[in-house]
Write a protein that binds this ligand. Sequence first.
Ligand SMILES: C[S@@+](CC[C@H](N)C(=O)[O-])C[C@H]1O[C@@H](n2cnc3c(N)ncnc32)[C@H](O)[C@@H]1O
Length: 293
Amino acid sequence: MIRLAIRVARADAEIALAELLALAPAGVEEIDHGDTIEYAVYGAQGELPTLPDLRAAAGAALVEVTTTQVADDWATRWRAFHRPVTIGGRLHVRPPWIDPLPSSSPLVASGSPPATSTAAGQDDDLLDIVIDPNQAFGTGAHATTRLCLQALLALEDRSGPLVDLGCGSGVLAIAAAKLGWDPVAGFDHEHEAVLAARENARVNGVRIDVTERDLLHGGPSPSAPTVVANLLRPLLEQIARSGFAGPPPRVLVVSGLLREEADGIAAAFAAEQGLCERARGELDEWTALTLSS
Ligand SMILES: C[S@@+](CC[C@H](N)C(=O)[O-])C[C@H]1O[C@@H](n2cnc3c(N)ncnc32)[C@H](O)[C@@H]1O
C-alpha cells in the first residue's frame, strides 16, 4: 500500500484541501507541520490520484510531494482522518471517533430500538449523524454529498417515502430518515456499501431498507415520491432513459455532476421523465440539481 502525501503552504491549505477532496472523496489524512500542512491519501498503485492532478489541485500552494510504502494497517489509518461537517446548521455528520457537538441531539444508543422519525420543523436541534464509511463512499465531507444534504434540507415537505440511489455508506438515507422521511430505502451495487449502510443505520437508530442492486443493468430504477441520487453522469443518463419502476418521483435530487454536465442531465430528465429543474447547488466544480414534476 502506498501513502501519497503533499505538503502545502498553510495560508492556502484550505483551498488545496477542497481541491484534494474532489480527487480523494474518501478523505485525507492531515498533519500540521507549522508553516505547511501535509495531506495524505492511501491506496494501491493505480487507485491514487495522479501526480499531475495532485499538482493541479495544490496549485501555487504546493511545497512537496512524497510517496512511501506503508504497512497493511492503512485502512485503519485513513479512517482515522475523516473530518466532521455541519450542513445548514441542521446536520452534523461525524466519524464515530469524533465526539458530538454539545448542541447535537443525542444518538439513540446502538442496540436500542430504532427511533421514530421527527416530522420536518418539529425539532430544530443539530442532528447528530455518525458515519463509519468502512470501504464505502460517503463520509459526508465530499462536495457532492454536501450538495445533496443541502438540497434535502431545502425541501419544504420532508415526509413520506424516500429512495437513495447509490447509497454508499448510507449518509444521505440516514440524514433523510432523521429529517422526517419514512420509509427510507437505499440501493448500491457494492456489497461493502450495503453492509456499511445497514450498520450505520443501526448505529444512528434509524430504520433503512438497504438492497444490493446494480442500477446500470437492473432495468428501471426504484422510485418513491422523493429520490436522491448522488451518482456520476453516465449512470444518471441511463436512469433518465430507462426511467423508474412505478411513477417517477415528485422530487428528484441528482448530484455527482461536474458543472458542465448539469445542463445536459437537466435536459435529459425533463425530456424523458417530465422532471424540471427547480434548484441548482454548486460547490467547487460539482453541481447538484433539484428536479420536480
Ligand atoms: C458518489 S457515491 C455516493 C454515496 C453516498 N450516497 C453519498 O452521497 O455520499 C456513489 C455510490 O453509487 C454506487 N454506485 C455506482 N454505480 C452503481 C451502480 N451501477 N449500481 C448501484 N450503485 C452504484 C457506488 O458504489 C457509490 O456507493
